[in-house]
Design a protein around this ligand. Structure first.
Ligand SMILES: *Cc1c(COP(=O)(O)O)cnc(C)c1O
Length: 353
């Protein structure tokens, strides 16, 4: 995509318009259409997409927000940044989905919102989440930072809840060449609120109706993202093919749990995450054969020092603790070729615990 990306960046630089201009509008329209939302609002990064999304939906100080126990810490940070309290619900699988009964049981009179996370690119079944939300008058903001293009049935993630937060961090399935993010929503009023919040709480220059932020997706990043969006489906299809190849090549191994696939969903394989009780030794074995692996994530949010002085530190979240010791991300991406994959598969198969 080099030449197309260079053209896009130069076009913006020569235009002289670098913020809140036509490139942002064009990308927002394209992204809203791609995910089946009424509107997309570009913001500075995924963390801001989450916190501005919560603010736009009326979440604030004193509110409790249900979050998965197993996720990237940004999901929890956003809740804290709007003055609310993250209330983790222990997950059922590494894909960060919940048992609907556990979710309902965590609701209190102070609960205001739920933030499901489509972790590793696996869409969370939103129907039971929305049902709990309706029963208790909660808003739902889904964290889709790892799920660009994922589908539930034939409906893309992005227009199925009150609002959806996206990150365009370079390593995501749709990544900018720097930081970027967006919120998509089916609701025009929420979109207007977000446009104000991202721009100092202002819709008219030097009139400020609320205490806003400065969090904008700039024109260069928007232009680059428009180029990359045209290849998203193709890149996701390549990831899906690689996931199938791993599933076949790694089937039937003792003490290696392959990623779960939920019926009726189309995951986008941001990561291919296996589980094993012998993680440290498997990692070493793979590294010695030239295979780099990563761990998403080695320390669950409730064990982070950032939350050491909060009630979250004392929580009993056995699945989150267990996943932190067992998950292992194998190489995955649109440029991973079959030969590379065979090296990984052979290396995993030759491991003896
Ligand atoms: C990347 C990520 C974020 C944060 O996005 P940034 O753009 O890095 O701020 C939030 N949630 C999840 C699940 C992520 O993977």
């Amino acid at each position: 995509m080099g030449p197309e990306l260079e053209d896009a960046a130069l076009r913006v630089m020569r235009s002289g318009r670098v913020l809140l201009g036509p490139e942002l509008c064009a990308f927002e329209d394209a992204w809203a259409a791609a995910v089946g939302a009424h509107s997309a609002v570009g913001v500075g990064n995924g963390l801001d997409a989450l916190s501005l999304g919560l603010r736009a939906l009326g979440v604030g100080p004193g509110d409790e927000v249900l979050v998965p126990s197993h996720t990237f810490i940004a999901t929890w940070l956003a809740v804290v940044h709007v003055g609310a309290v993250p209330v983790p619900v222990d997950v059922r699988t590494a894909n960060a989905d919940w048992d609907p009964e556990a979710l309902a049981a965590a609701v209190t009179s102070r609960t205001r919102a739920v933030v499901p996370v489509h972790l590793y690119g696996h869409p969370v079944d939103l129907a039971p989440v929305l049902q709990v939300a309706r029963a208790h008058d909660l808003v739902v903001l889904d964290d889709a930072a790892q799920a660009h293009g994922a589908r539930l049935g034939d409906r893309p993630v992005g227009g199925l809840t009150h609002a959806t937060a996206w990150s365009f961090y370079p390593g995501k399935n749709l990544g900018a060449l720097g930081d970027g993010g967006a919120v998509t929503t089916p609701d025009p009023t929420t979109a207007e609120r977000l446009r104000s919040l991202r721009n100092y709480g202002s819709t008219e220059k030097y009139r400020h109706d609320e205490v806003g932020y400065n969090s904008r997706l700039d024109e260069v990043q928007a232009a680059l993202l428009s180029v990359k969006l045209r290849r998203l489906d193709e890149h996701n299809a390549r990831r899906a093919a690689a996931a199938r190849r791993y599933d076949e090549g790694l089937a039937g191994l003792d003490q290696l749990v392959l990623p779960e696939r939920s019926a009726g969903t189309s995951p986008v394989w941001h990561l291919y995450v296996v589980r094993t009780p012998h993680r440290a030794r498997l990692r070493e074995h793979l590294a010695a054969r030239g295979v780099e692996t990563l761990v998403h994530y080695p320390v669950p949010p409730h064990r982070q020092r950032a939350f050491a002085d909060t009630p979250m530190a004392g929580l009993h979240l056995p699945m989150a603790d267990r996943l932190a010791t067992e998950v292992l991300s194998l190489p995955m991406g649109p440029t991973l070729g079959p030969d590379d994959q065979d090296v990984v598969i052979d290396a995993v198969r030759s491991f003896r615990a």
